[in-house]
Design a protein around this ligand. Structure first.
Ligand code: EPZ
Length: 415
């Protein structure tokens, strides 16, 4: 079993380049099914989730070659999705919309839940039903079939990112106009729409809560460079706030109004945004803060666990309110073993303590694992983080990037 071994207490200095966005690339890979022309995605992050998505594309006879520059080509041939791959990657649910658009039917093994929550797809299914898709839910799978190929109107009761992406994947090749209301407004959605439009899709309103899709008869190939990964970018900003020091992040995925910047300034950090970089100088006196996660533009749930680590290192008590995933707090039990003081009640948690000491801790999920990495970098003494494979899902070689900033971290087998 692999592990991260970290000697904490080193401040971070220097510069680091952000990867391209995992959560923008994954729907784009599903979108490659919508055309037989060549799709080229540049600067793809070399992470496990992208590898699994490429394997899923090959199930439909698409060749997805290349690591950083991924080229997808070949005819999309109807096939059954393997349940073992779908169980590993929840984004496999995006093949619902893509397969319905191309083949008119699909049987999807249900991806199931994960450490942060049940991850149902009921909103996807009810939205597709309202567009005339017949949906039969079986034991561990769902079978869908297009009964009428014209557009329509959908209202999402919750702005689900995945459901929004599935509706886009389905409606871009439908006949007529599809009006999508109550949709997600995340930057990754805006980037995904920009990708689909580069293929010839006709979509208005990206980033708003209502989008209008004018169906077209076919989509062409494209070459596209996805947006920077705002969650990885935020993770390195928070890491510097935790350890102290001063770093420059090249290629920012954050916008001026992003709530993370306000929260880090509340903590005492100095932050300057350039046109393609962000500079942060950590504060010696870390002030407490409060945050409440929610659909964009609220605070990103994916950045919550790393902020929990910063809260544990800050003075006083910070308040974290999680409204998106029911089990996002699982990382807190590991932080408590490093000395964090936690008072949790439902989806509220007060976190403080002011300092952390090293320990052997377990990653339970991607962003909780990242929070433990940051805790190890900031703690006094040695920390071992087990199950780094969770972190591999969304971060390219963090041990190399953090070491280049002066951290003492290595990845090695756990004896
Ligand atoms: C996307 O997940 C991201 N994943 C998540 O990032 C991110 O945390 C999430 O959006 C919220 O921003 C990718 O883009 C690949 P949702 P998704 O549908 O689409 C409930 C990471 O760490 N829900 O907006 O699954 C759901 O259970 C990952 O990079 C239903 O109840 O998020 C959750 O509580 C983690 N029924 C909430 O809505 C549904 O049909 C938000 O889910 C769909 C969702």
């Amino acid at each position: 079993m692999d592990s991260y071994v970290i000697e904490g207490g080193k401040k971070l200095y220097g510069e680091v380049r952000v990867q391209r966005s995992k959560n923008a690339v994954l729907p784009m890979l599903a979108g490659a099914l919508l055309t037989e022309d060549k799709i080229v995605l540049r600067e793809c992050p070399a992470i496990t989730d992208v590898k699994i998505m490429k394997s899923l594309l090959s199930v439909f006879s698409k060749t997805a070659s290349g690591e950083e520059t991924v080229t997808i080509e070949g005819e999309s041939l109807r096939a059954s999705l393997p349940s073992y791959l779908c169980a590993k990657l929840r984004a496999s649910s995006l093949f619902l919309g893509a397969c319905l658009a191309v083949f008119g039917e699909v049987e999807l093994p249900l991806p199931g839940g994960c450490a942060i929550g049940k991850r149902p797809i009921d909103l996807h299914l009810s939205a597709l039903r309202s567009l005339g898709v017949s949906v039969v839910e079986g034991e561990g799978f769902v079978r869908c079939r297009v009964t009428r190929r014209r557009g329509g109107r959908v209202v999402l009761p919750y702005p689900s990112v995945g459901a929004t992406e599935n509706l886009l994947l389905y409606s871009v090749l439908s006949e007529g106009e599809t009006i999508l209301s109550g949709v997600a407004r995340e930057p990754e959605i805006v980037d995904f729409v920009s990708f689909l439009k580069s293929m010839g899709a006709k979509i208005r309103g990206a980033g708003e809560s209502e989008m209008v899709v004018e169906g077209v008869s076919r989509l062409r190939g494209t070459e596209y460079t996805p947006m920077f990964d705002r969650i990885e970018c935020g993770s390195y900003l928070i890491a510097c706030a935790c350890t102290g020091g001063e770093i420059e992040i090249l290629g920012n995925g954050l916008q001026k109004k992003d709530l993370l910047l306000a929260k880090l300034r509340q903590n005492g950090c100095k932050i300057a945004l350039g046109n393609d970089k962000i500079q942060i100088k950590a504060s010696r006196d870390k002030m407490p803060f409060s945050l409440r996660t929610g659909p964009y533009p609220a605070f990103a749930t994916d950045l919550h666990p790393m902020m929990g680590t910063l809260a544990a290192l800050s003075g006083g008590e910070s308040l974290l309110v999680e409204t998106v995933f029911e089990n996002r707090f699982s990382y807190l039990t590991e932080l408590e073993r490093m000395g964090a003081i936690v008072h949790r009640n439902g989806n509220f948690a007060f976190v403080g303590g002011g300092r952390l000491h090293g320990a052997t801790v377990l990653a339970h999920d991607l962003r909780g694992g990242a929070a433990l990495l940051l805790a190890g970098l900031s703690a006094e003494g040695k920390t071992i983080v087990l199950h780094p494979e969770y972190i591999d899902r969304g971060y390219t070689q963090p041990e190399i990037k953090f070491a280049s900033l002066g951290a003492r971290i290595e990845r090695k087998p756990y004896e």
